[in-house]
Design a protein around this ligand. Structure first.
Ligand SMILES: Nc1nc2c(ncn2[C@@H]2O[C@H](COP(=O)(O)OP(=O)(O)OP(=O)(O)O)[C@@H](O)[C@H]2O)c(=O)[nH]1
Ligand SMILES: [Mg+2]
Length: 320
């Protein structure tokens, strides 16, 4: 009975979200974020309506201008009449909201636009991080008809690579005077960018940084037909250069489609997701086994020399 009612609620919610009802979108993302028991149903209802949105990740050191650039990018995309979803993800916080207040204020220009969805998410659920909840939230926005979903990370973290794993196109932001030349190489950022943005180009050192970056990128292995990441200079705080960023995102998307890389990336993403779900399920079952006396019995048998740990582990695995 309960289950049937749940199903009705979920499909009604998904229909409303697809019609662009912002409250339905918000509700669905909350279900995802809270790891609701309906999560599975929600995901199943969404999947047939996904695949349209271009997912763009935005990464870079704290203070480099990610939020400012995101807001400016939304402006550019709206000029082209694109429907935009923004996920601001805080990988370090179990709470959504608070830390992102400043960013919300910055997004005020777009707050009343029905074709812009803004959502901040915490990602330290017990299921473990970005890898779990963000793909579901992307699905919600995709099914709601977003043409572009921007994912921005907040603050510090090792989330850069994770974000790159979720996005079709990854923007890596750098800025002069932040020691980014060296930092970039350290963080492995040179491997993940599809488009590099030298922001704060109004400051000294932007051209030097761009040159450094260009020569470092030139060292990367490349082959015929490979994508060569462009470097765009911007002054996000003055909305300068973001049109070119949008052009490069577009160009990258065309390349993704023509090269087959889009399908490759999306398949890899689905594989990672399936694996994460399966591993989580295994861990849950493992927890059940762990609590049972079977493990104690096996341990006692090993201590008594009646079994060896490999055989015992096999017995245990067979039980889950
Ligand atoms: N001079 C200059 N300042 C900028 C530019 N873009 C952003 N800023 C400023 O840099 C500061 C940090 O910008 P944010 O957009 O908050 O940077 P962020 O990367 O989102 O920072 P975190 O979320 O803390 O990681 C703000 O004071 C911005 O106004 C720019 O192009 N030039
Ligand atoms: Mg920010």
């Amino acid at each position: 009975m309960t289950r049937r009612r749940g199903t009705g609620d979920v499909s009604a919610l998904v229909s409303r979200a697809r019609e662009g009802d912002p409250r339905a979108v918000a509700r669905l993302i909350s279900l995802v974020e809270d790891e609701s028991p309906l999560l599975r149903e929600v995901t199943a209802a969404l999947v047939p309506h996904t695949g349209h949105a271009r997912v763009v990740g935005i990464t870079g050191s704290p203070g480099v201008g990610k939020s400012t650039s995101t807001a400016a990018l939304v402006g550019e995309l709206r000029k082209a009449d694109q429907r935009v979803g923004i996920l601001a993800v805080d990988p370090s916080s179990p709470f959504s909201g608070g830390a992102l207040l400043g960013d919300r204020v910055r997004m005020q220009d777009h707050a009343l636009d029905r074709d812009v969805y803004i959502r901040s998410m915490a990602s330290r659920g017990h299921l473990g991080g970005l890898a779990w909840s963000t793909p579901q939230a992307i699905r919600v926005l995709d099914a709601a008809g977003c043409d572009v979903v921007l994912i921005e990370t907040v603050g510090v973290g090792q989330s850069e690579v994770e974000i790159a794993g979720l996005a079709d196109t990854t923007l890596v932001l750098l800025a002069p005077g932040m020691g980014d030349g060296i930092q970039a190489a350290k963080a492995g950022i040179l491997e993940i960018g599809d488009v590099y943005v030298v922001n704060k180009a109004d400051r000294d050192g932007a051209d030097t940084l761009r040159r450094e970056l260009r020569s470092m990128l030139a060292l990367a292995e490349s082959h015929e037909g490979a994508w060569r990441p462009p470097i765009v200079k911007t002054v996000a705080s003055r909305n300068e250069g973001l049109d070119e960023v949008v052009t490069e995102i577009e160009r990258h998307h065309v390349w993704l489609e023509s090269s087959g890389e889009l399908a490759t990336r999306r398949t890899r993403r689905a594989r990672d997701e399936i694996e994460a779900i399966a591993v989580t399920a295994l861990r849950d079952r493992w927890g059940d086994v762990h609590g049972r006396s079977e493990l104690d019995d096996l341990a006692a048998a090993v201590v008594a020399g009646e079994s060896d740990p490999y055989s015992a582990a096999e017995t245990l695995l067979a039980a889950i």
